[in-house]
Write a protein that binds this ligand. Sequence first.
Ligand SMILES: *Cc1c(COP(=O)(O)O)cnc(C)c1O
Length: 389
Amino acid sequence: MGHQVSPPYPVSILTSALMAYLNNGMAVYEMGMAGNAMEKIVIRDLAKRFGLPDGATGFVTSGGTLGNLTALMAARAKYLQNNPTADYKKLAILVSEEAHYSVERTFVVMGIPCENIVKVSVDEQFNIRADQLEELYQTAKADGKEVFCVIGCACSTATGSFDDLVAIGTFAERHHLWFHVDAAHGGPVIFSPRYAHLINGIDKADSLIMDFHKMMMVPSLSTAVIFRSQDLAGLTFTQEARYLWQDQQSEEWYNSGKRTFECTKPMTIIHVYALLRLYGDRLFREQIEQLYDLAKSFAELLDKQEGFELLCKPQSNIVCFRCVREGTDPDELNRSILKKIMLDGRFYIVGTTTNKAFYLRTSLMNTRTDLADLKFLLQLITDTTASNM
Ligand SMILES: *Cc1c(COP(=O)(O)O)cnc(C)c1O
């Protein structure tokens, strides 16, 4: 219950063995016939669930970090296509200050100054202040910046907060900006009728990413990158590789290497494909609902418990809280608690610094965790503070 690492669903251990045994690359059809077809089937299914138009397409890539890079490179390519004289060093995006650090890395890789990332502040629930987008956009433009993309977090990594995607999508539409959604962690709420509302507005996205290895119980790494249309998906990479494919211009969905950063790529799609075929979407619905519900119960427990306080109400399965004791510096106290809990070894939780204060952080990833475990964790924390061990 520390970081967002999924316990692999048992059958995905078998599909891992199969993947290793077949050792199919994916760049071209003859290397990954089944894999490319499975990707097409799963991505089509997901795109439909997210409410994207029929032409939506995509592929699997090795992790959300690479997924964000791939999508933002397409966003940049689109902008440069429409604005061929744009000054590279002036390109900018708008994103919540709570966004995953991989967004900043995309700028490092793309050679755009990181100062051009316009960070939008968040409210007390750590959701983007969408009402500030317009003003920040106008200021950026007045400063000579060329904004090409706006990103929505679904959800943020530190606190698991979902940005208002309807508001961001509407804003993006108004200014003809590329709308990217980082749904690495939160995307799978789409499987739950009770929680899918958290990503209302995702149907407006030009691109989105979703990690299968976070909330969908498959081994690392496996990430869906989905684009609104084939035209957009093909923008990221335009290198020719005559020994792999003959025609650079046409789509050739079965030659996925045309659109992915990777050339040889493991057939990780087999995990999610197998889970969907064997168990259907029920598996993911139950996973989301059980863990999101558990986070709510944990928050209620923390609320009632003397000497504990929540950072914010959990919107997902991520819960941040801290211990407070009169006359003790809370940062020092909680850092010391974390160290003791780690050394004790029965629990693995992590910390996060936010609003300049240190909080304990749990990502409830395993459906075998229950409220009794969490009560025990709080008891253990209380004991460490009492005994001053
Ligand atoms: C985990 C995460 C990423 C990075 O994904 P990796 O698969 O670890 O590379 C990006 N964005 C968000 C919101 C995340 O939670």
